[in-house]
Design a protein around this ligand. Sequence first.
Ligand code: HEM
Length: 366
Amino acid sequence: MNPLRSTLTKSRLSTRTLLASGSILGATRVSSVRTMQNRAYSSEVPKKSGSGGLVFLTLAAIGGAAGYYYNSTQSFKTKTATPVKTEKKNLDYQQIYNDIADMLEEDPEYDDGSYGPVFVRLAWHSSGTYDKDTKTGGSNGATMRFKPEAGHGANNGLAIARDLLEKIHKKYPEISYGDLWTLAGVCAVQEAGGPTVPWRAGRQDALEAASCTPDGRLPDATKKEDHVRDVFYRMGFNDQEIVALLGGHSLGRCHADRSGFIGPWQEAPTMFTNEYFKAVAGRKWIKKTLENGGWQWVDKNNTDVMMLPAEIYMYNDKEFKKYFDLYAKDEQKFFEDFSAAFKKLLELGVPFKGDEKVYEFKRTNA
Ligand code: HEM
């Protein structure tokens, strides 16, 4: 067992148990679930046929729409599956949500007992590559399936989440990976007691590694607030949205073998709360040198709990600080702002037509 984990085990409580007992405050309950409609897109690659004529007719039948989505302003091609009208694809997204929820705590030995945090990180890293100027990156395409992007240092450890979600994809092969990964992020936030995050389907999987985004689009935790601004402004976020999103660190922990940093941001890393903000604003942080030569902040009174260099640089920035302090005081406001910013993040660059159904998933533990 991870030695740090053992010290946290005492404070580890099943999120579901707590939610069921009503002891988590601020969780927005959803009572209405909208029912599914036919899904307009398929992530399936049109099958090759022995008959050239048939292939031609098939292509003609789908309006001659090219199998490529190519934006001339891009420095690289984004090739996505041809949108195909499907008949049998009555995907029940609430059922997919429920299946993901069932997986979250299936291995009590994994980290703090939940895969939720690593699912949230997958959803964020697959979306946070977006560049608003070139309109490249984002969750559309699910390009982390390909080696170049899977191998970006920032994505270390995310194979765990991708592999786990493969089980769900096997059961529902029609869902695109982009939709699946973002839905898993929404599910993980909600099941951990976080806010409802409205979600829409419509991401199409890219077909080739050439669609991968270049390395370096995700934030570097050793850098200062200017770098964080550069990265998130590139996606189209403002300071308040950046801080709200950072509240995702109420979940999960850093791993020595993934990022090189170690530990959770507070003592209850499977519960989505504003404890992260209370920790940043209210604790005494001291520098700790790491075995790999790097450093991080640790709480003077509980050195298992940590902050990244970038986070304290941010807290020392006047503009950012006011939002950290606001969310430390007002969990309801944090939940509202996180929900809006996380939805926006997961939808960056997705070619919605505008008439997609907006789902508000019902929690399995409500
Ligand atoms: C300045 C921005 C950010 C930086 C520098 C940053 C950095 C990091 C680092 C270094 C880790 C540790 C990875 C590991 O060792 O496993 C991590 C984990 C995590 N991050 Fe972030 N992050 C940022 C923003 C976000 C955002 C916007 C979200 C979600 C909305 C998020 C959600 C998470 C979660 C849930 C984990 C825990 C994963 C796990 O437990 O496996 N992060 N982040």
